[in-house]
Ligand binder design. Structure first.
Ligand code: FNR
Length: 390
């Protein structure tokens, strides 16, 4: 309702500051969402590095190629999808708009793009599955300290038709995020139903044992949920085979992915362990300040292990040319985070649809005018790159 002009693919990117100015303080949750969506670790150095890395590569267009039959289509783990674009896992979507994860996963299914539900989601696994219908969907795990709880989540994800498990390794406590600290925003989850957890039978038993009624004491139960998956980590590399085998055992071998990889050493370790895929990601620059750009990490990692494991990417993508650069540098698939969460904040379900349809249109037109017919055309030769500075 607030935005009349919605004509650019990067609408959410450019409109959000105005939107926030116009709506500042209208609801307590509004401010929470505003700060939480935008906060970066420390001085935002990693976020800036993520963005700058894209400018060091430029696309080389080719002329007089018939691109009338071009296609953005691809496959991910044997699922045919509209484009190599997925919805990155983002927690507590109802902070941004009451329509929450159900609306987002519905749009993902409509557009035939994979959707990834976060462990910190504010809508249950089962409700998301029902909204997503026949869509391709993944479940992102923040691994609980309690194995019985982990098994319960994996079983629910399997029963609800989630096609892959994505374990996030970079966030077992939130990074030092200046905007959140300054706005005392770290209490955000207390006001919010962490429904992925609150609807879990094992977690509900744990709540009752602690004298918490999860249907009444939503604040206490949500806080306990976050404490069950973050705030100290009871596991490390040694635990990965157990998790991977447990997931594969429950699902009959559905893919197991690790998200948050930035070093070649860690990527090699994933290959050695037999992990199906990795997401090269630095969590949009929200965890380690002053860290390497995710795009630079991608280039190194794809060179080292791209032939041996399914390499995916996220962090900093704001338009189709960023996407194409990541694919040209060796990613097979790219996830989008802030673009759609901004769309959800500004205009709910329609905002998400607009942002993602615009990104698809941006990609289609870019391919047309630059002379690319399909994702197989994206390789190192289509880039002019500045000398490596790492
Ligand atoms: C995230 N991200 C994230 N990742 C994850 O594995 N589980 C989660 O719950 C969240 N939550 C979350 C909230 C918000 C507000 C943001 C911005 C990000 C990280 C996310 O999946 C992804 O890695 C980045 O958002 C990708 O970078 P861009 O596209 O946002 O630049």
């Amino acid at each position: 309702p607030h935005i009349k002009e919605r004509t650019t693919p990067q609408w959410a990117l450019y409109q959000r500051e105005n939107f926030w100015k116009q709506n500042e303080g209208t609801t307590p949750l509004f401010n929470t969402g505003k700060y939480y969506a935008s906060s970066n670790a420390g001085m935002s150095n990693t976020h800036l590095a993520n963005r700058q890395a894209f400018y060091r590569h430029r696309l080389i267009p080719n002329q007089l190629i018939d691109t009338n039959n071009r296609s953005t289509k691809t496959t991910i783990f044997n699922h045919s999808v509209s484009a190599p674009i997925g919805f990155a896992p983002i927690g507590i979507n109802k902070v941004y708009n009451p329509a929450g994860e159900a609306a987002v996963s519905k749009v993902a299914s409509e557009l035939n793009l994979p959707y990834c539900l976060s462990t910190a989601g504010s809508t249950s696994i089962e409700k998301v599955a029902s909204a997503n219908g026949t869509g391709t969907r993944f479940f992102q795990l923040y691994m609980p300290h309690d194995d019985e709880l982990t098994v319960s989540l994996l079983t629910r994800a399997w029963e609800s038709g989630f096609d892959a498990l994505i374990l996030t390794t970079d966030t077992w406590q939130l990074g030092w995020r200046h905007d959140d600290v300054a706005s005392s925003n770290y209490a955000f989850y207390r006001g919010f139903g962490a429904d992925v957890g609150l609807s879990d039978p094992v977690f509900r038993r744990r709540c009752v044992a602690d004298g918490i009624d999860p249907d009444v004491d939503v604040v206490a139960a949500s806080t306990k949920w976050i404490d069950s998956v973050w705030h100290g980590r009871a596991w490390s590399w040694e635990k990965i085979p157990w998790l991977m085998e447990t997931w594969r055992g429950i699902t009959g071998g559905r893919p197991f992915v690790i998200k948050g990889i930035q070093s070649v050493g860690d990527a090699r370790r994933c290959v050695e362990l037999g992990v199906d895929g990795i997401v090269v990601s630095n969590h949009a620059g929200r965890q380690v300040d002053g860290a390497v750009a995710s795009l630079d990490a991608l280039e190194r990692i794809a060179e080292a292990v791209g032939e041996r494991i399914y390499v995916m990417f996220d962090s900093g993508v704001r338009g189709a040319s960023d996407l194409v650069k990541a694919l040209a540098l060796g990613a097979r698939f790219v996830f989008i985070g802030r673009l759609w969460i901004w769309g959800l904040s500004i205009q709910g379900e329609d905002g998400v649809r607009h942002v993602m349809k615009s990104l698809l249109a941006d990609l289609d037109i870019l391919m047309g005018v630059a002379g690319f017919n399909g994702v197989e055309d994206f390789n190192r030769d289509i880039l002019e790159s500045d000398p490596k500075n790492y």
